[in-house]
Design a protein around this ligand. Sequence first.
Ligand SMILES: Cc1cc2nc3c(=O)[nH]c(=O)nc-3n(C[C@H](O)[C@H](O)[C@H](O)COP(=O)(O)O)c2cc1C
Length: 397
Amino acid sequence: MGKVEQLWRHGLSRRQALAGLVSFLASSPLLNAQRDPWPLGPHRRFLGFDEMRDVFDFEPLFRANVPLSVYDYTAHGTESEFTLYRNRDAFDWVRLIGSGGVNPSDVDTSTELFGHRMASPIMLAPTARQRDLHPDGELGMHRAATTTSTTMIVSNVSSFPFPRIADAADGPLWFQRYATRELEPNRVALDAAQEAGAQTIVVTIDQQASYYERDLHVRHLGGAPRQVSRRTRPDPPNPYRVGAGRLWYEWQLFDDLRPLCEVPMLAKGILTGAGAKKCLDHGVDGIIVSNHGGRALDYGPSSLEVLEEVVEAVGGQVPVLIDSGFRRGSDALKALALGADAVCFGRASRWGLGAFGEPGAQKVIDILNAELKQAMATAGCASVAEIDRSIVTTSFP
Ligand SMILES: Cc1cc2nc3c(=O)[nH]c(=O)nc-3n(C[C@H](O)[C@H](O)[C@H](O)COP(=O)(O)O)c2cc1C
């Protein structure tokens, strides 16, 4: 090593340069970018089941338990993930006004939807391929939902057929369908689900564009692109990088499916008042305000910020549900105050199942319900019927 290099290696200027770099990184806003808790940040060991305090605690354990591709499939959103993050940001734009005066043990979270009494307005959103998270998959999720008296929406893309999931426990189930253009496969799927006891049919219409670009950029294995799922394969059969089976959706779809449904039919993926009105025109019995958890159209709005517009357009004619970005009971309370009839949780339930199997999913639901009760008590609402617009103020941009 030459003299100049020796001087640089041991010299004051090098140490100053390193110190400068460290202090720059320490004060960088990048390190503070995540507003939600980062549960394992200060720990050198994994937390145990009894140490789970909120839903965020489950995510790192879920991540540690599954292959990276499964974690990524759950975690990511479309393209630059603007909408994925906006879904969480939106809760900062709604403030809860606490008036107190209710003991949490006196709070009644029960509610009614489509003639069915529910223990709580908290529900499980349909999410695909749950056996990738835990061998019990949707069977374990259904048992957890049943134990907690929670309504579960079973995905069209489940690891087990709907009747088998229905057999695993006796709690309420809804069935979610990605419709095909030909009517017959829809008829077969809807008949099977309704025969097995599906209380409603949810028709998802928002995933016309989905492209999990992040998957294609991951090159952990010596620079070679990691094997990607069928859904994200870089050579789709059309120029839009989305399964051709979902490219054709039009409002007429609901007219075609309505006669196949003996139970209420909901549209999932509505983000505008105009869209909600179209749904009503085409015979839909309920709306789910959703951007698919930031997995459909990037740079779209968060579902929370458009909820009131949809509720207003619907004018009480049918129930309005919501999902996307919900992680806490108080998040649910905000949506209920803005007019939602129920709130669905997607990733949160997957984190629970992936972290600890059925008991984990059960604990996630228990935590969410306890948080909702606590938040209702603090806001002065003894029942779901008492939750109204007066307990929130909003400052959506
Ligand atoms: C891994 C994953 C798989 C999903 N699969 C489906 C599905 O099969 N059908 C569907 O309608 N929505 C599906 N969704 C969307 C969810 O139903 C829901 O809209 C979304 O997860 C809500 O956002 P959250 O995860 O932030 O709670 C999926 C979401 C995730 C994260």
